[in-house]
Write a protein that binds this ligand. Structure first.
Ligand code: AMP
Ligand code: MG
Length: 342
């Protein structure tokens, strides 16, 4: 299959919508990362998404809608809390997990009776959803296990020949995936951290929003590299959290500890590696600007891979607020290869 590159004018959006209505796959831009779109109500279409990505079929997809009112096509139970969050954060990088109507493909939901829903903050994609006339399943548009794509070129690198088209929109403003919050119980729980934080959600809902303990755990990886250890204490509610993710080709080490000592340790490690003839990539972000780290992170992993770096040495950010969301990705990218600096 030849993958077409579509622009963002009316004619191209109509063409993309036609492909989607016929059960094809079109990657689309959002403010978080690029999504791989398919008709969320069509078993066959969403089945192709898992195949194109090489994604395990129990890892459910986020469904993208073009207005808060469209929630009613996916769920019968819209609560007051859901309305409040939609008003405060949509369009935007917040995904709500809600009870799914029978009409929602159980292939989309990975067999669950809940569905994850979000309204993305990207005019092109909102137009595409309206034009297609259906909610779009849209996991990140990368090969499963690779860093998420923040540009159309990243999508093309991974999925060329495996999908019908990619819409060439802008580079993603946020750069990491949405916050996923489970709204199926009285108390909301964050299943995946993102740039919208627990305290921001709590301030809108006037209640405490907790984070699923699985998010904060640092499990180890099986020797085949594919799966994280899933001991009794690692049972994430978000199925996607248990898979190896975002991995660059290079070895990656995360240095934790006091920032100045971490800098020195990274410099020393770099010198040693260079002496051994290795090509070294370094990631050190401004701790006060975790949003910048979020924006750059995946794109830098891909750039390092392209330039044939052997090892990536990264300084950890503080694990709170947006920093928690960045570190959630960074730890997974490195396969939890962490060096504590004394
Ligand atoms: P991605 O589409 O690659 O951004 O990943 C989607 C994330 O949302 C994965 O971590 C999924 O496990 C999570 N997710 C999607 N649907 C559900 C659901 N119904 N319940 C819990 N987590 C979900
Ligand atoms: Mg993904």
């Amino acid at each position: 299959m030849e993958t077409r590159i579509l622009g963002t004018d009316e004619k191209d959006i109509q063409e993309a919508a036609r492909i989607l209505r016929e059960g094809g796959l079109v990657a689309f831009p959002t403010e978080t990362v690029y999504g791989l779109g398919a008709d969320a109500m069509n078993d066959e279409a969403v089945g192709k998404v898992y195949a194109a990505k090489g994604r395990p079929s129990d890892n459910p997809m986020i469904v993208h809608i073009a207005s808060p009112a469209e929630l009613l096509t996916l769920t019968d139970s819209v609560t007051e809390d859901m309305e409040k969050l939609a008003r405060a954060f949509w369009p935007g990088p917040l995904t709500m997990v809600v009870a799914a109507k029978p009409a929602v493909s159980r292939i989309t939901t990975g067999g669950l009776d809940t569905v994850a829903v979000r309204m993305p903050d990207n005019e092109i994609t909102l137009r595409l959803i309206r034009e297609a006339g259906m909610p779009l399943a849209g996991p990140s548009a990368n090969l499963s296990g690779h860093p998420s794509p923040t540009s159309a070129a990243h999508v093309y690198d991974d999925l060329q020949g495996r999908i019908d088209a990619v819409i060439q929109g802008e580079i993603c403003r946020v750069g990491i995936e949405s916050t996923v919050v489970d709204m199926t119980a009285a108390e909301p729980v964050i299943l995946r951290p993102g740039v919208i934080t627990a305290s921001e959600l709590g301030a809108v809902l006037h209640k405490t929003v907790t984070i699923d303990p699985a998010v904060l755990q640092k499990p180890t990886i099986h020797s085949d590299g594919s799966l994280l250890e899933t001991g009794d204490d690692f049972k994430p509610k978000s199925p996607g959290m248990k898979y190896k993710h975002y991995a660059p080709k290079a070895e990656m080490i995360i240095f934790t500890g006091e920032p100045e000592k971490v800098r020195l340790a990274i410099a020393a490690e770099k010198l040693e590696r260079v002496e051994f003839g290795q090509k070294v990539g370094v990631l050190i972000y401004d701790s006060d600007k975790p949003e910048e780290a979020a924006h750059e992170f995946f794109s830098q992993l891909r750039a390092f891979d392209k330039s044939g770096v052997d090892v990536i040495l990264a300084a950890a950010l503080k694990e709170d607020g947006v920093g928690l969301a960045v570190m959630n990705r960074m730890f997974k990218s490195a396969g939890y290869n962490i060096r504590e600096v004394e």
